[in-house]
Ligand binder design. Structure first.
Ligand SMILES: Nc1ncnc2c1ncn2[C@@H]1O[C@H](COP(=O)(O)OP(=O)(O)OP(=O)(O)O)[C@@H](O)[C@H]1O
Length: 205
């Protein structure tokens, strides 16, 4: 099933940030969002993942199909690495956590409390979670932050495997993962403020 985004307007703090965003993400496809800091990539990803409402437009093919990974990784600090993965696997009805442990080099850390992991190790655990959701559409916001070169390569391999299995990936990243991916620059979609909003702003300056 495709993820279809049509004529989407997304807001931050009630103010439109991006407008007229549209694309189709097919099984096996990766799409990378580009744009400068503050352009609205996080806002767009959160809206597509259903974490906030769109002002206009539609997203179809997202319902119960998206696994979202962002800055706040939702790791339970007192649980071990394996317990965290087991918890998520149970929530999503998946059986095996071993492939996720192996893919993100977490086997030796499996019995460590997640709270004692380094930033990069925590990020690896957060990304390993994607694999135990069994969900086909990965939506990723700056997934490689805190990762060293070897871990970035592991992550790229995991995405490749996911795509080869018919999954898809939509991600905001500033680095080249060496994946065959299409690129969507959000800059031309910057929302134009209406006169009413501009007048409103000026009244308070
Ligand atoms: N609570 C808020 N109210 C109003 N504007 C906000 C609020 N939070 C963030 N913004 C603004 O919304 C815009 C979009 O932010 P967003 O985080 O989506 O950008 P981004 O493209 O992901 O940036 P980066 O590459 O730095 O992560 C930015 O200009 C930001 O300053």
């Amino acid at each position: 099933m495709d993820l279809i985004v049509s004529d989407l307007t997304v807001t931050r703090g009630g103010v439109p940030v991006l407008e007229g965003v549209g694309f189709v993400l097919r099984p096996g496809q990766a799409l990378v969002l580009r744009g400068p800091n503050g352009a609205g990539k996080t806002t767009l990803l959160r809206t597509i993942a259903g974490l906030q409402p769109a002002l206009k437009g539609s997203v179809s093919g997202a319902e119960d199909r998206i696994a979202y990974a962002a800055h706040a990784d939702g790791i339970k600090q007192v649980l071990t690495v394996a317990e965290n993965l087991r918890l998520w696997a149970d929530v999503f009805g998946q059986a095996d956590i071993q492939p996720a442990l192996e893919a993100f080099n977490l086997v030796e850390l499996r019995d460590r409390a997640a709270g004692s992991l380094s930033a990069g190790q925590k990020r690896r655990l957060g990304l390993a979670r994607l694999m135990v959701t069994g969900r086909p559409v990965w939506v990723l916001d700056e997934p490689t932050v805190s990762l060293d070169v070897a871990s970035v390569a592991l992550f790229a391999d995991a995405v490749r495997l996911h795509l080869a299995g018919g999954g898809s990936a939509l991600m905001a990243t500033h680095i080249d993962l060496g994946l065959e991916a299409e690129v969507l620059d959000v800059t031309p979609h910057k929302a134009v403020l209406t006169n009413a909003l501009e007048d409103f702003d000026e009244a308070f300056l």
